[in-house]
Ligand binder design. Sequence first.
Ligand SMILES: Nc1ncnc2c1ncn2[C@@H]1O[C@H](COP(=O)(O)OP(=O)(O)O)[C@@H](O)[C@H]1O
Ligand SMILES: [Mg+2]
Length: 591
Amino acid sequence: MNLLNNESIRLLRRSLEYFVPYKLHIIIAFTALGVVALCTAGAAYLVQPALDEIFINKDRTALMFVPLLLIGVFLAKGVGLFIQKYLMSYCGLKVLERLRYELYAKIICLPLDFFGETRVGMLMSRIINDVNLISSSLPEILRIIQHSLTMIGLIGLVIYRDAVLAFWACLVFPLAVYPVIYFGRKLRKVGRNYQSKIADISSHLQETFNGLRVVKAFATEDLEKEKFAQTSNKLVRIGIKGKVYNQLSSPIMELIGAVGAGLVIWYGGSEVIAGNRTPGEFFSFMTALVMLYDPFKSISQANNTIQQAMAGAERVFEILDSQDIREETGGTRLYTPPFAALRFEQVTFSYPGTQEPALKDINLEILAGQRIAFVGSSGAGKTTLVHLIPRFHDCQQGRIILNGHDVHDYSLASLRMGIGIVSQDPFLFNVSVRDNIAYGHNADQSQIEQAAHAAYAHDFILDLPQGYDTVVGEKGVKLSGGQKQRLTIARAILKNPSLLILDEATSALDTQSERIVQQALDNLMQGRTSLIIAHRLSTVLSADSIVVMDGGRIVSIGSHQELVTRCPRYQRLYALQFSTTAGNTESQTTQ
Ligand SMILES: Nc1ncnc2c1ncn2[C@@H]1O[C@H](COP(=O)(O)OP(=O)(O)O)[C@@H](O)[C@H]1O
Ligand SMILES: [Mg+2]
């Protein structure tokens, strides 16, 4: 343990905090391991009466008692060992559960900005692998204590049997400590590299599986295979290195042990031959000495495990304790509908790590019941603007005032519950249709069906194999884009938000499904204030006011008629975008 530096001690202490609730378990485990240590030394002690009394003196009473005692000693040792191991595994698993939960709870509450594509795999690896390592820290420490106690018992016996011989045997000991230090350090480094390579693999998997369509479209399977093989190979090489260090440490220490044993036999044997010792005393000594090897080896292994645990702890607590990785916090005010007004006041926002602001000096007022359309070319900042309202991001300058209060004043949950968002790519969970619609709500069947009706989803849901109980997504039925979108609309209808955001909700759909989704959206917009990022002319035409965006700025606000005459940017958009979708709408209506 003296091998740990300050940082490791801090990490260790931090890890051990998690074991505090299991004080009682640990105390019992401690008692049990005391018994184990005592029994181990006891077994070595019994070698002397066994040899001297039974085999040399041929004493019949000893013949009765010594074997029974031996069985008793091992029985006690076994029970003690079981209790100790059981309790420690129990505590380890409970701590694992707690850590995994805390990490997940922290991560899921982090701001959206934190979740870049590659980080997801890294985070998964921390939740799945690293916490495992930490949970073994205390059990390993107890193992060290157990083996230390056993060693103390055995060393006591060794000295009791022959102090001079013990002195010589112990001379070899410091020699054996050096490899423990050396390999411990190496293994910790390997452990750290190994975990980081696992995270790399997770990221790679995450990225390529998510983007498999792109991989296939560009026929880069071989390239990805090659990249994967390289990462995997690095992992293997580090793994092998770790194994080498791990396996080298035992034979080296065994060799050192053998040197010690050779010396002891040479000296002890000559003492027995000279008649200064009985063979029983010598063999009891020898047994204790040989038995010392096991706890000594275990301690060095436990030390390695603790080093690895600390490497895991470093990565886990980096997230749990970091000042920079902070959970989002909201205010205390509860946002309560109805929606009255929303005002952007000189809002400027840049994504973290970018130079150019995505939104510049936005001023905008939205009143209850209005239908506001946002238009602009791709990258103009439309999505970014609407995402500031539920605080998916926070603006660096300016304020966003909702019903007279800064959005920061509202609790995040109440703020977000009051806002409905339907975006371009509908996301469904891998659960039943019912649970997808009712996500986040305790809705009864009739409410769910009502929402599904309004979203034009009820009929197709009934046609699914298990109706509302059909599982969608990865493990269930595949739905079309339009069907998925209608489910998310039903979900939004059930949420009953007072402010609605539609972010190109129909842009990914073909004209056929677009029409029915549009009808569903019309139902959803009924009686709500809506912000609509639009790519269809009909949506734009039905808006009370149109906000034209370009390069992160609002360039113009007005009705279609006004903008067509006075906004060149709008004229261009109209010519490029809406005239084609207008054509679509017409061809639809003539069908
Ligand atoms: N997560 C992000 N990180 C960094 N930059 C982003 C991110 N999302 C969008 N941007 C940038 O912000 C600008 C506005 O994007 P966005 O609001 O999505 O535009 P729109 O919805 O109008 O197409 C673009 O220049 C885009 O590259
Ligand atoms: Mg967008």
